[in-house]
Write a protein of this length. Structure first.
Length: 214
């Protein structure tokens, strides 16, 4: 099993991202150092507000509906596709099916609505969106108060993480403080341990949906 270790002045990661059983299991250890101490608040997308530093952790542990990736600043991720109504007031996202959080809970539209509503980022998305509707377990609809062509661009913007997804069921079980101690996400690495001021250890998540480049 591969690990990613991040010492505070070092980071450790166990493994490269793998997509599934068809691929060989990742092995080895990646270790890199950071010049800052990781704050537990950075493990929860809803707590991150307008700062880029936490994305060292967030891109490893979590995933978003759409997000900036190399070569495409608007990469479909947890959302496979989306449509926009002719009046540009309704955006509907089709979610990837069969995905599971690191603890085994299924990813559904409930998690999207929950994450959007609890995020503490910039208020503009919250103010522009009139309603978030769960159409079915794998489809979610955002209805705006008025046409706003920048909706998708702001949703993928790293200054507001309302499109980054946390598990509703688990969060309600452990609470925000418990989540920071043992975070669960949909990203390529899952949490193993965190020793404040010393290191963060993550392990490659073999159920990650995005295929590893060969």
């Amino acid at each position: 099993m591969k690990r990613l270790v991040i010492p505070m002045l070092a980071v450790s990661v166990l493994a490269a991202s793998g997509s599934a059983a068809a691929q060989a299991k990742p092995e080895g250890e990646i270790r890199y150092a950071l010049y800052v101490t990781l704050a537990p608040a950075w493990f929860d997308p809803a707590e991150v507000v307008g700062v880029l530093t936490p994305f060292w952790v967030l891109y490893a542990m979590h995933d978003a509906l759409v997000k900036p990736m190399p070569g495409n600043h608007l990469t479909p991720s947890l959302a496979e596709t989306w449509t926009v109504s002719p009046d540009q007031r309704v955006y509907e996202f089709k979610l990837r099916q069969g995905l599971k959080f690191h603890n085994g809970d299924p990813f559904t539209a409930e998690d999207v609505k929950f994450s959007f509503q609890r995020a503490k980022g910039a208020r503009i998305l919250h103010e522009k969106v009139r309603e978030v509707t769960i159409v079915d377990p794998h489809r979610v609809r955002f209805t705006l108060h008025e046409p706003w062509p920048d909706f998708i661009d702001v949703l993928r913007n790293l200054r507001d993480l309302r499109g980054w997804i946390a598990p509703k069921k688990y969060m309600e079980q452990v609470g925000p403080d418990g989540f920071k101690k043992a975070p669960v996400g949909l990203g390529p690495y899952k949490f193993v341990s965190h020793t404040p001021g010393v290191e963060l250890v993550m392990e490659a998540y073999e159920g990650y949906w995005r295929r590893r480049r060969r």
